[in-house]
Design a protein around this ligand. Sequence first.
Ligand code: CAA
Length: 380
Amino acid sequence: MDHLLTEQQLEVKHVIREFAEKEIRPTVAERDEKSQFPTEIIKQIADLGFMGVNTPEELGGAGMDTVTYAIVIEELSRVDPSVGVIVSVNNSLVCYPIQKFGTPDQHARYLKPLAEGKLLGAFCLTEPGVGSDAAGLTTSAVKDGDDYILTGEKAFITNGLMSDTYIIMARTDKAQKTKGISAFMVDATMPGFKRGPNEKKMGIRSSDCCMIILEECRVPAKNMLGKEGDGFKVAMTALDSGRIGIAAQAIGLAQGALEEAVKYSKIREQFGQAIAEFQATQFKLADMEMMTEAARLLNYSAARRKDSGQRFSHEAAMAKLYASDIVMKVAMEAVQIHGGNGYLKDFPVERMLRDAKVTEIYEGTSEIQRTIIARNLLNA
Ligand code: CAA
């Protein structure tokens, strides 16, 4: 299916698919086993220009549209969703809000090197006691001369160990909830900035994830992103874009699992014939293909709405919810088609099922996506 893609979008799809097959696939199992960050691969993706797909060219990015961005994350995640999420976080949760809310000085100091892949970025909203109710965050930011002093802990930070730059949401006004939060650009080198150890995760083990500890971390006031009190809006805007990225990650992973299932069903023989000959297998494959395509179309629709300049929170929530729902089903059926072999680490579908689960959790759980969709419907 061509999904009405442009010449440029088809070309990017081709380039990334070849790159992923040649440079990412050979090490995917080993990096999963060793929880090893794909440093060289991320450098190569930066050289291809895909650490800032939507960032305008004059600000260091590729200046491409959001469907192209979704294609990039899909194609990376078809082979390795760990690589997909590292690239998605840098693009959606870091470059996008800096582009939207940053000053020209912040664009020059942060956005350009981040989009060029000279710096890596992370996004810090969640805390040990604050997940879905993001506005309840307790990390504090207190003004001190020309600086703010940040104190608190941030949890589950993707790219946490490897990043140079962190967007950190902190409370500047205890009396207000969403309006009392501000966003700051924080460098790993700033005094009082510390990282916890790499978390031992179920899946996407080649991407890193850790706590960020702020012990009276001194951050210049000029590093505030947006105005004081804009932090919640900055975070929600970033997450709208991020959810298109995670939907693409889930779709790419579903595509990869489907392809493994098709391949295996043709070579595995039982009762004197390939299991692909059985209608029971064929019906599974047909449903897997249909769900993956439906999720892809929903995500491209959200991406096109973002590019039209309209609010796309509702569409991104639907795309992320549906894609993360179907990737669980597709990965589960891919394991089922592999039978006992699917339960072994010798076959990629075992890893794919582990990798799939997180898409229902991060960047807003499936329950939160349903809340967003229902609120939009009821308040329309
Ligand atoms: N864009 C712009 N503004 C938005 C917005 C959006 N998408 N969503 C809400 N806002 C604004 C609202 O308009 C409102 O503004 P006003 O007060 O001016 O009207 C304000 O923000 C408050 O909105 P709500 O009343 O809807 O806020 P809420 O407290 O009820 O929370 C929520 C809404 C949707 C539940 C939100 O808290 C949420 O998305 N929670 C999930 C958090 C999340 O996704 N965490 C993921 C962590 S990051 C991660 O996983 C990254 C990683 O490392 C991979």
